[in-house]
Design a protein around this ligand. Sequence first.
Ligand code: NAD
Length: 360
Amino acid sequence: MSYQRQFARTLRVGVVGVGSHAYRNVLPALHFLPVRLVALCDLDEALLERTALEYDVATNATYTDAGRMYAEAGLDAVLICAGPRQHPPLATAALRVGLHVWMEKPPAMRAAEVEVMIAERGDRVCAIGFKKAYMPATRKAKELIALPEFGALRSLLAVYPMTIPRDGAGVLERGDHSNWLANGCHPLSLLIALGGEVDEVTTLLGAGEEATGVVHLLFRSGASGVFHLAGGSPAGYAGERYHAYGEGRALTIENSTKVAFHRGIPFDYQTQREFTAPGTESGSVVWEANHNLATLENKALFVQGMYNELKDFCDAILDGRAVDPGTLEFGLQVMRVYEAGLLRQGRPVAIEETTSRGAG
Ligand SMILES: NC(=O)c1ccc[n+]([C@@H]2O[C@H](COP(=O)([O-])OP(=O)(O)OC[C@H]3O[C@@H](n4cnc5c(N)ncnc54)[C@H](O)[C@@H]3O)[C@@H](O)[C@H]2O)c1
């Protein structure tokens, strides 16, 4: 079943924060989920009332105080889409009155706040909407990486238009909501979804206060992850891509819409004369979104994982299981890597240093 009107079992949900992202993506996604939208909350009364009218939510089910909505609206679950400063207090208050909680990324400003939510979670489902970890392309990549023929994952590369503030410690001390938090958590969540737990982070920066460069992740498995900060990308350029390399196999995700599994060809350096090989057992296999039909699988809500993250949350509640992968523990990993990326700047070695050592 894919449409709200088809589901036999539904959850009563309320939404906190009906701003830009909620309006463009979260509320529309509800059409395809086993939910009934019964209450809305926002600090902006005009926005709240107009949104309630559009979604046929009764005026007496609109709230400017989330605590009141949690207490009065008879909810099973709340979807929170307010921002990382608001997510921890709004989520914690909901968990304390027994609601299941889904919140947008980023879950918080600091990793320690996620630990507080873990302590408050009890037996409730509490999920974070890391859409890139839920993309169909990411799910396919995970499946391919798990194939015996892929071998052990050796390295990952992410390319994403992004910079990092040079004064990382200051960002954390002041509580700045930098783009490294707002959008850096997207590729970080994908890298962690594919590579698993991270043990060590090193950042190497180019010039400037908002620097391009490289964030290196050393995964617990021993695999190496490189996040290329492609600041300066042309606006709107679909340059986001990911590569994963195993032992004799590789895969790529391009523009969220295309996954390729690279098997190579029988190859001999001295004698190879053609780049093709007979049959279909070699070369690359490509999966690409079909944009010719008005079906669901090519809509941004589905391609970018926003449907999957919310469906996983609903199913986890209805089936009495945990979400996968958008747990608070997963969010804690992302936030720790986010913080480490700000703090752990690698020691540059000046070229002169090598010369003088050699001479010495
Ligand atoms: N997954 C994505 O692709 C994506 C894209 C954009 C934004 N986001 C995330 O969505 C969240 C919201 O971003 P946005 O761009 O919609 O911001 P926004 O400012 O447009 O909307 C936030 C809304 O939350 C309301 N709000 C704030 N505190 C509140 C409180 N205590 N109680 C009730 N309402 C409250 C505000 O009044 C506002 O209307 C952020 O966490 C952002 O990172 C995700």
